[in-house]
Design a protein around this ligand. Structure first.
Ligand SMILES: Nc1ncnc2c1ncn2[C@@H]1O[C@H](COP(=O)(O)OP(=O)(O)OP(=O)(O)O)[C@@H](O)[C@H]1O
Length: 233
């Protein structure tokens, strides 16, 4: 469903991604692991055409997205939840979620009951302002908002960074429940291997902008050298 072919990405003259190719089949959930600065965020932003200058192909359902701007990619079924969350402080949680209505396809937004069933942590918070949320609560709202427009593939950038372990566990349950309920594919950038393993079925590893490994979690576990060489700090 989502395919990236020979993707290179640049910030000015700085060449950050080198020939990345990957696939997220319909409804599949895939992790991209890598150390700080490996290029995970650049990869997700390039798929969305949201920042870096990219070369190569990004295909959704077989169609090359070419130079389509991000808002058009959103309408075709991609949603990016960036690392910095972007929750609006002076509107309510529910209004933060409804903001993606413009990006939703003809089926419209996912109904609030479905979202709140998957994210019960948000139920008592729906009327609160964005500014009244903890970091973990904001992250939950950002992920719920990303899902609300029914993307075919959610591009989720390091959602667990800085969150308490109990919130990380809730995030894994909520995210996988909603992806299952809506048939959503996931491309997850992470450094938290435990969370990534809970949420996805296969893993890509990038280092210095190059793909250095791809396989199932079983295969990854059978290759401790990969973790040692490319992911330990
Ligand atoms: N806006 C930018 N302008 C110039 N260079 C950038 C920019 N954003 C990122 N970079 C550089 O691109 C490289 C990849 O960064 P990127 O943010 O994609 O890595 P990452 O794997 O997501 O890291 P982290 O886990 O720290 O978020 C790094 O060397 C970084 O310094």
């Amino acid at each position: 469903m989502l395919e990236v072919r020979s993707l290179d990405a640049f910030y000015g003259d700085s060449h950050v991604l080198h020939g990345i190719s990957l696939r997220v089949a319909k409804g599949a959930r895939i992790s991209v692991l890598g150390r700080n600065g490996a290029g995970k965020s650049t990869l997700l932003k390039s798929v969305m055409n949201a920042g870096p200058r990219a070369r190569g192909e990004v295909l959704l359902d077989g169609s090359d997205l070419g130079t389509l701007p991000s808002f058009r990619r959103a309408r075709l079924g991609l949603a990016l939840v960036p690392e910095d969350r972007r929750i609006f402080p002076h509107i309510s949680v529910m209004d933060n979620i409804r903001l993606v209505e413009a990006a939703a396809g003809p089926q419209g937004l996912v109904d609030p009951e479905t979202i709140l069933a998957a994210f019960p942590i948000l139920k008592p918070l729906v009327g609160r302002y964005g500014s009244q949320l903890s970091g973990g609560q904001q992250q939950m709202v950002a992920v719920a908002r990303g899902m609300a427009a029914r993307p075919k593939v959610l591009l989720l950038d390091e959602p667990t960074e800085g969150l308490a372990p109990v919130i990380v566990d809730q995030m894994a349950v909520s995210l996988t429940a909603l992806c299952d309920a809506l048939g959503t594919g996931l491309l997850l950038s992470e450094q938290n291997i435990r969370f990534a393993r809970r949420c996805t079925s296969a893993v890509y590893v990038i280092e210095s902008g190059r793909l250095v490994y791809q396989g199932s979690w079983e295969d990854f576990d059978a290759r401790p050298d990969i973790k040692q060489r490319h992911l330990s700090v």
